[in-house]
Design a protein around this ligand. Structure first.
Ligand SMILES: [Zn+2]
Length: 376
């Protein structure tokens, strides 16, 4: 398909805008060496990531080889008609847990990690069964396949309006919607609905206009997982010590999600401890807002433990494998800790250890950053 040909190679300039991070901020002058940094002129071969066709083929092969352990469900259709897949692994009578990846099309690492986790669990080997004897593992793989094919943050919707600040419209006008602002179990709770009621011409949204958000929320409500962890990609940051941040995390910060904050923090602590044993990994805190339609908040409001994980997005051949492994380790750690109960022994207050600073590191400062805006 033409789209596929167009995305074979993309300049690092585009990649550096992943999750449109804030600026202007001066880069730290003293950076701990060792990278992996991507060089300014390096092009990134997107063949390292699965195309939609490859993704579907991989999922179907895994399902077929799993002898019934993995079942695929199509939970929705994108505006371009692509099917959104939920991989359901194990016994539906066990405790359900849920992971989602790639709400933002140009943040692909979590999807590659999820494919590896699904494959590992599909073997039904001893390590897999240790998890599957306790848990029903649900993974929405690539929430935003249209955005992935177009290599853009938003979904594909040419009718998306121009963004109006503080109007709860998160879009690129004429391009698409930011899926991660529209997770509502009841659309009438969304500010867009209230504006529709007063001005339906300007805001023609009697229903949620973002099919990907609806698909994930519907699957969540259907299976009622005890937690939902959402994998994204961010730019490159350094800690106060000058260390290269490989992932950042945050729990729900909307006041209606207070009941699940401890469980969410426990998930963070488990992932933090898992990564602390690896020299390549540095994990810190993500600064996110209270908007109710952000998945991290939305699924917390619905009563599930909920975490945002942002994997470092300075993607290049040198670091792809490391970053995919990073998210695999985080996914497996929370599955294992939930299955063996150690999750519930973790001290939630230890998330304080994640507060080790966060300064954007730019080879070039983006011209259009907005420092006040969380970008998850
Ligand atoms: Zn994102």
């Amino acid at each position: 398909m033409n789209l596929r040909l167009n995305r074979l190679t993309v300049s690092i300039i585009i990649l550096s805008l992943i999750c449109l991070v804030s600026g202007p901020v001066s880069a730290k002058s003293e950076i701990v060496p060792g990278g992996p940094w991507i060089s300014d002129n390096q092009t990134v071969n997107l063949n390292a990531f699965s195309s939609y066709d490859e993704l579907v083929k991989s999922l179907k092969q895994t399902e077929k080889a799993s002898k019934g352990l993995v079942e695929l469900e199509v939970i929705g259709l994108t505006n371009q008609g692509r099917e959104i897949y939920l991989a359901k692994i194990g016994d539906p009578d066990k405790t359900p847990v849920m992971i989602q990846t790639q709400q933002h099309g140009n943040e692909p690492i979590g999807t590659e990690s999820a494919l590896k986790v699904i494959k590992a669990l599909s073997t039904g080997n001893a390590a897999a069964m240790k998890i599957l004897n306790e848990l029903y593992v649900l993974i929405v793989v690539r929430v935003n396949p249209d955005g992935a094919e177009l290599w853009q943050r938003e979904n594909d919707d040419p009718t998306a309006p121009d963004r109006r600040t503080s109007r709860y419209i998160y879009t690129s006008g004429g391009v698409g919607w930011d899926i991660n602002r529209y997770h509502f179990s009841d659309w009438t709770d969304c500010p867009l609905y209230a504006w529709y009621m007063t001005d339906p011409v300007t805001y023609p949204y009697p229903e949620n206009p973002v099919p990907e958000s609806v698909a994930v929320m519907t699957a969540f409500l259907n299976y009622q997982p005890i937690w939902m962890v959402d994998f994204h990609g961010q730019a490159t940051y350094v800690t106060d010590e000058g260390e290269n941040v490989t992932s950042s995390m945050l729990w729900p910060t909307n006041e209606d999600a207070a009941a699940v904050v401890d469980l969410s923090k426990q998930l963070c602590v488990v992932m933090m401890d898992q990564m602390s044993q690896y020299g390549f990994a540095t994990v810190n805190l993500y600064p996110g807002g209270p908007e109710p339609g952000i998945a991290r908040n939305a699924y917390g409001i619905e009563g599930a433990g909920s975490v945002l994980v942002e994997i470092k997005g300075g993607i290049g051949q040198k670091s792809n494998g490391m970053l995919v492994k990073h998210a695999v380790e985080q996914m497996m750690a929370i599955l294992e800790a939930t299955a063996d109960g150690s999750l519930y022994m973790a001290d939630p207050d230890r998330v304080e250890e994640l507060d080790i600073g966060r300064t954007p590191y730019y080879k070039q400062i983006p011209a259009n950053g907005n420092e006040d805006e969380p970008t998850e």
